[in-house]
Design a protein. Sequence first.
Length: 439
Amino acid sequence: MRTRTDLVEDLMGRFPHVPREAVLKEDLLRGGMAFDESVLTDGDDGEVKPKSYFIFSFDHRTLPELGAAALRRPPEEVVLTGGPYDLRRTVVSVRVNPDSPYRVMAGEDGVARLHLDGRPIADVGLPPMPDYYRHTLTNGKSVMEVAPTIQWGYLIYLTVFRVCQYFGAKEECQYCDINHNWRQHKAAGRPYTGVKPVDEVLEALEIIDRYDTTGTSHAYTLTGGSVTSKVDGLAEADFYGRYAKAIEERFPGRWIGKVVAQALPRADVQRFHDYGVRIYHPNYEVWDKRLFELYCPGKERYVGREEWHRRILDSAEVFGPRNVIPNFVAGIEMAEPFGFTTVDEAIASTAEGLQYFMSCGILPRFTTWCPEPTTPLGRTNPQGAPLEYHIRLLETYRATMEANGLSTPPGYGPPGAGNAVFSVSSFMDTLPADAPVSA
Ligand code: SF4
């Protein structure tokens, strides 16, 4: 019988120019990893930085199903090194799946290792609890709740609106569990602030600024669900913009400011820019027209795919093309029952979208799809997309980028296997290490 090790090693052999680190990272991101109790974090009081559930669950089970792995919290990320594949330092976001053939456990020597099919394949470094997580806001809230950091501390992730106004089967994106994740944290009695007050965000950032003495944090992302009516009496651009304005007034230029929002009309985008936001992520999610309509019914109804794309191009005139970085969810192109049935077709479609944007100087990026079990696509595709799709996407992405003369995007830290910190896909691990970085 073909094991997961066979699959991984076959792809490493067939795609030798894709770093081995990226092959394993993509497999861990699409399928998750299991955690032995010996490597859980003990939550807020331990020595290891816990998983913050910064926007989506990014797990293959619900919190009640995860039991101890949820209560004692897995780490936010792991860093892999060494082992039989001689891995360079590889940062991987943690997606928990108790049934995964990948398992993290501590050996008798106390060293945590990643096992695949029962064989140790990498040493595992766990993220240390940052100093700033040991302090609380004056109202008692934790910094992890208000301003968690990911990407090994590089990025402060400010999900200031924890739900999405696209609601229910006819509006929610079919791969997104933001609303379910909100409900499950509330049901578990965890603090999970729906709308984060601006002064709480500023206070949490002050704590980070004070205690991040090694200067690890370089950027912040303002994000959350889409706003189709109003939140706190504000439409989407004003709602997210008020945080950017307050942050940039209080900490001018301290971090690279990014906003993930809908593709908004040009005047709204201009306001983001005027407030000091440097990078705009109007995520296009999936390129194929039919799949966008099926998977993003809310976005299709309120904005529409063609208008969405037109606004992405418009925003490049405001921010400059290099600073417009729309995301897509890599893998949903192949989700049953509507997706492409062959890797060739899926890659051809995605490559068309990459070329469309890259030919305009806009460099999209992607996160690797995690098929969360409470989403429609996760339910019908618990295994996610084929690993070969993810590996060929890395190859296609780099080739399209180079063909269009583009270099590493700003705001993602260093590129290259062994250097990258971007943890939710391996596109940065796959770019050349000596590629120029703009920020
Ligand atoms: S717009 Fe779609 S992907 Fe974004 S939060 Fe709402 S449902 Fe999720």
